[in-house]
Design a protein around this ligand. Structure first.
Ligand code: GLP
Length: 278
């Protein structure tokens, strides 16, 4: 399947063939400018392909971008009625109407502002009785649309994408995962304490995210400085799942000055380092 072919070049067994692409790193003045830039990028992609399949993160990083996007969509009368939207990740073990579901956040933060209905969305169910089956159904739904045209992601403090916790190889499929202590702690700020964060989740797989034709990784804030450097300049390794973005084309990392820091980023590490360790 052609949209998957790209991952084969960065799978652990083919590590000697790993190619490193220059990650397109855009640094904006602040989070507001980051959001405007990112929203315009997303809007352009939607205009060019109104039936695009897009996977959208929750988390705090993309929320201002979604607001900007909703404003652009309204102002420019952009048609979003034919988009196919995919949920990036979801906690497991919550009732569908629990206030902590990531789908609820997605509805409030991006779907409702854009006027996108549930029927346009492929979900990862928080109340899945059979997480393995739910994961397979999600993978099948992505395959049915030929892969993601666009992936809008945030960067986890430990380098996770979605809930692909370290270590996650490039081939990791959509699946149920246990959350790391770091993710539980960082997600605690969403819900009023780490004790309220579920311990397991479903995540879109690295296999699907790395096959996306365009990827926007949104990285605002000084607290992301170290992991941003590791992601774009460190070795490509399952220990930092986001580092695999160095190995695929079509990636734009949009950071603000606080996240980039004042010092220039170091030169990239040698291509392919670490991939074989998976
Ligand atoms: C969270 C989520 C990701 C999100 C990332 C960054 O734990 N699993 O989907 O993109 O970590 O979150 P934030 O944008 O709040 O920093």
């Amino acid at each position: 399947m052609s949209w998957r072919r790209r991952i084969a070049t960065i799978s652990p067994i083919a590590c000697s063939g790993t190619r490193r692409f220059d990650v397109d790193l855009i640094v904006t003045e602040d989070d507001a400018a980051l959001s405007r830039f990112a929203a315009n990028q997303i809007a352009e992609i939607i205009v060019a392909r109104p039936t695009a399949a897009i996977v959208l993160a929750t988390g705090s990083s993309p929320m201002a971008t979604y607001q900007e996007l909703a404003a652009i969509v309204g102002r420019e009368r952009i048609d979003v009625s034919r988009l196919r939207v995919f949920q990036l990740d979801e906690y497991l073990g919550l009732a569908a109407d629990d206030r902590r579901t990531l789908y609820g956040w997605m509805r409030r933060g991006v779907l409702a502002p854009l006027g996108i209905g549930d029927e346009q969305v492929v979900r990862l169910p928080s109340d899945a009785a059979d997480p393995e089956l739910a994961s397979q159904q999600y993978e099948d739904a992505v395959a049915a649309v030929g892969g993601f045209d666009l992936s809008v992601l945030g960067l986890g403090p430990n380098g996770h994408l979605g809930f692909n916790e370290p270590p996650s190889p490039a081939t990791a499929p959509t699946r149920a995962v246990s959350l790391t202590a770091e993710s539980i702690a960082s997600n605690g700020r969403y819900w009023g304490g780490a004790e309220l964060v579920p311990r397991a989740a479903l995540t879109a797989g690295m296999d699907l995210l790395l096959a996306a034709r365009r990827t926007l990784l949104l990285v605002p804030g000084a607290h992301k400085r170290a992991i941003l450097q590791t992601t774009v300049r460190g070795p490509i390794t399952p220990e930092v799942p986001a580092s695999f973005l160095q190995a695929i084309p079509g990636v734009t990392v949009i950071a603000d000055r606080a996240a980039r820091g004042e010092a220039p980023l170091p030169e990239p590490a040698a291509a392919g380092v670490g991939v074989g360790a998976a």
